[in-house]
Design a binder for this molecule. Structure first.
Ligand code: NAI
Length: 243
C-alpha cells in the first residue's frame, strides 16, 4: 500500500512513455509503467527503482481490456492516467491498406479509449487523464492513417472532458512534434535526419521535453484546464515553414 498519488502510464517501456514514468515518479507519484513489451518495461521499472523512484511494471496490451483492468485493480486507486502507447508506420495514401488503417486505429484510438475509460471509472474528483495526440493530427503526407488516428484522439479527449467535467476529472492531450525516441529512430538515419531538418531549429524534441508538458497536465496542482490539446512542437503547428 502507498499513500502517494498513483499514476499509470501506457507505452512506458521506452520513449515518451518511459520519460513520463520517470518524471511523474520524480514529481512524487507512485507510477505503474504499463507496456505490452513486458520484459522491457520490467527492466526499465527496475532501473528506476534502483534510482530510488517508486515505479512498478505491468504487462498490458492497451487493446486488451482485461489486461488494463488487472493492472488498475492491483492498486488501491487511480489518480492519473497517461495514454502514451501508440504505433506509427508510413504508407502513401494511394497504397494504404484497410488492414494497416484498422491496426493504426486499434492501437492509437481504441488503445487510448480503453485505459482512459477504465481509469475514469475508478477516479475521484481531481483525477487527471492525459492522452497523446501528435502535431501530425493537423495533416501530413505518407501517413494518412496515423493523421486520422491522432485527430481522433483530440476529438475523444474533448468528448471525455465534457462528460467527466462534472466529476472534476480533467482530460487533456499533448500533441508532440517530431521527438527523438525509438519510434523515430527506427527510421533509416538519413530519413531521421531529413525529418529532423524540417523541425523549427532543425532539432527533434527530447522525450523529457514532452514529459514535462504531460506532467503539467497530470499534476493535481493544475486546475481549470480540460479538453485542451497542448502542441509541444517548437511552433511547427503554427505553419509558415513552407510545408
Ligand atoms: P515508441 O515506439 O518509442 O514507444 C511506444 C511504446 O508503446 C513501446 O514501448 C510499445 O511497446 C508500446 N506499445 C505499442 N503498442 C502497444 C499496445 N498495444 N499495448 C501496450 N503498449 C504498446 O513511441 P514514442 O515515440 O515514445 O511515442 C509515444 C506516443 O507519442 C505515441 O502515441 C506516438 O504516436 C506519440 N507521438 C510520438 C512522436 C514522435 O516523434 N516520437 C510525435 C508525436 C506523437
Amino acid at each position: 500500500m502507498t499513500d502517494r498519488s498513483i499514476a499509470f502510464v501506457t507505452g512506458a517501456a521506452q520513449g515518451i512513455g518511459l520519460a513520463t514514468a520517470e518524471r511523474l515518479a520524480r514529481d512524487g507519484f507512485r507510477v505503474v509503467a504499463m507496456d505490452r513489451n513486458g520484459a522491457r518495461v520490467e527492466q526499465e521499472a527496475a532501473n528506476l527503482r534502483a534510482r530510488g523512484l517508486d515505479v512498478l511494471a505491468a504487462t498490458v496490451d492497451v487493446c486488451d481490456r482485461a489486461s488494463v483492468v488487472a493492472a488498475l485493480d492491483a492498486q488501491p486507486r487511480v489518480d492519473a492516467m497517461v495514454c502514451a502507447a501508440g504505433i506509427y508506420n508510413d504508407a502513401q495514401f494511394l497504397d494504404l491498406t484497410e488492414e494497416a488503417f484498422r491496426a493504426m486505429l486499434e492501437v492509437n484510438v481504441i488503445g487510448t479509449f480503453i485505459p482512459a475509460q477504465e481509469a475514469a471509472r475508478r477516479m475521484q474528483a481531481g483525477g487527471r487523464i492525459v492522452t497523446i495526440s501528435s502535431r501530425g493530427a493537423l495533416g501530413g503526407t505518407r501517413f494518412a492513417h496515423y493523421v486520422a488516428s491522432k485527430a481522433a484522439v483530440i476529438g475523444l479527449t474533448r468528448a471525455m472532458a465534457m462528460e467527466l467535467r462534472d466529476r472534476q476529472i480533467a482530460v487533456n492531450s499533448v500533441a508532440p512534434g517530431f521527438t527523438d525516441t525509438p519510434m523515430t529512430r527506427s527510421a533509416p538515419p538519413d530519413m531521421f535526419a531529413a525529418w529532423e531538418g524540417l523541425e523549427p531549429g532543425g532539432k527533434a524534441a527530447s522525450p523529457e521535453v514532452i514529459a514535462n508538458a504531460i506532467a503539467f497536465l497530470a499534476a493535481p496542482t493544475t486546475h481549470f484546464i480540460t479538453g485542451q490539446t497542448l502542441f509541444v512542437d517548437g511552433g511547427k503547428s503554427l505553419g509558415g515553414l513552407g510545408i
